[in-house]
Design a protein around this ligand. Structure first.
Ligand code: SF4
Ligand code: SF4
Length: 144
């Protein structure tokens, strides 16, 4: 379990680092070709990362987030689907980089809720045209 948690933390650090490098490249107007290679890396690891996030889901729930003073499993931040509005288009499954959504018996469900990035709600306005994805109204407070 500890090694699984470590792996998940390292992947997170890797993705944050990759993002920070791209931001700096943008700010410094680095060659587009060079920037695109880093962008390609982000895309390349997307699917393998999803496999890892799902495979070690139970370990991910046990990760302690010191900024929130709790383990991930004790932080109630994840999407729910309003099935009155959901058209089962499956866009959220493709969109989510953390593998939160999955198809089960041909129905889109929130299968891995605690994989969701805390206080992010990007999928609700970036991919769901039907407004079927709901997040908590209040963001999670940081622990001081
Ligand atoms: S993107 Fe929205 S409408 Fe499409 S499957 Fe997901 S929740 Fe349902
Ligand atoms: S907010 Fe981000 S991580 Fe959370 S379910 Fe939506 S796309 Fe996935």
């Amino acid at each position: 379990m500890n090694k699984q948690k470590e792996l998940l933390k390292k992947i997170r650090e890797f993705m944050i680092l990759n993002l920070e490098i791209k931001k700096l490249m943008n700010a410094l107007n680095v060659d587009e070709e060079v920037y695109n290679i880093y962008e390609e890396i982000t895309k390349m690891v997307r699917e393998p990362n999803k496999i890892i996030y799902k495979k070690f889901y139970n370990a991910g729930k046990e990760i302690y987030y010191k900024e929130y003073g709790r383990k991930r499993k004790d932080i109630a931040w994840f999407p729910t689907i309003d099935y009155e509005k959901c058209k089962n288009c499956k866009k959220c499954i493709d969109f989510c980089p953390k593998g939160v959504y999955e198809l089960e018996n041909n129905k889109t469900i929130v299968k891995y809720p605690f994989n969701c990035i805390i206080n992010c709600n990007a999928c609700s306005y970036m991919c769901c045209e039907n407004n079927a994805i709901i997040f908590p109204e209040k963001k999670i407070d940081k622990y001081n």
